[in-house]
Design a protein around this ligand. Sequence first.
Ligand code: SAM
Length: 288
Amino acid sequence: MFSYRHAFHAGSHADILKHLILIHLVEYLQEKPGALTMVDTHAGAGIYSLIDGFATVSKEADEGIFRLQKFAESHPLSPGIANYLEYIQAENGEDQTTVYPGSPFILARLLRPQDRLKLFELHPKEIDILRHNISELKQAKQIDIYAEDSFARLKGLVPPPSRRGLVLIDPSYEDKQDYRYLETAMEEALHRFATGCYAIWYPVLSRREAAALPDRMKKIAATHKRSWLQAELRIENAPKERRLQASGIFIINPPWTLEKQLAESLPILVKALGQDSNAGFVLKSFEA
Ligand code: SAM
């Protein structure tokens, strides 16, 4: 059933948007010393080679992380983008980028001794690679890995004992039912843990379920009287091409600092990664 492998998309524009925001969310939540539990519901393999394997077939990093790094050599960056690039470089040598860290590695590197990370992955090959990759990290003891369906398991994991939690939901939407599973999982999670911070990645596509996703999330946030923020990055509009041209993140209970950071960072990402005159961004929020 599973054919999606994130290695094809490692370091793409969609990863940049997602991971830039993820780092901001964690760093904000860590301003308080209380233990933080982070759940990555769709983990993937954890870290990806950019010099061999799937990434070299798709070459998405060429128009993503490599393009941003090149841009950074001669343009001013926002503090948020500069910080993100430092996290990517920390996994690599001084001047070469040969690997791209996925959300499990980014989150693992951010763990403080009091924090915990829970990773879910269903793909039979990806889970083995993920386990191996995580076992090499010094933070491995703070990380639990589950080969289980995270949509079904999420409600049982919230609220975390410290009642401070961040949930990243990053499905591949390979299964069209994922849109429906996402809604149910969010309803259940917010019912049990309304104050958690939830970040939901989505593809911006004309397909009905995808186009409806932000509004469905706004409705769920309104039912639970929660604030939200929506950020989208489009790098081009080429209707005949099948590649992903825009993606978004919907955040429930966003930190108050995030909108300002994105107002600075998104125009720079458009300039750095934009492929045609349709490149642009969306930044919307609502305070409950
Ligand atoms: N979050 C990763 C990152 O940012 O580096 C990328 C994850 S990738 C978009 C989605 C992953 O979710 C795939 O590896 C897929 O096998 C896995 N997956 C799909 N459905 C799942 C489910 N119900 N529970 C857990 N993992 C699932």
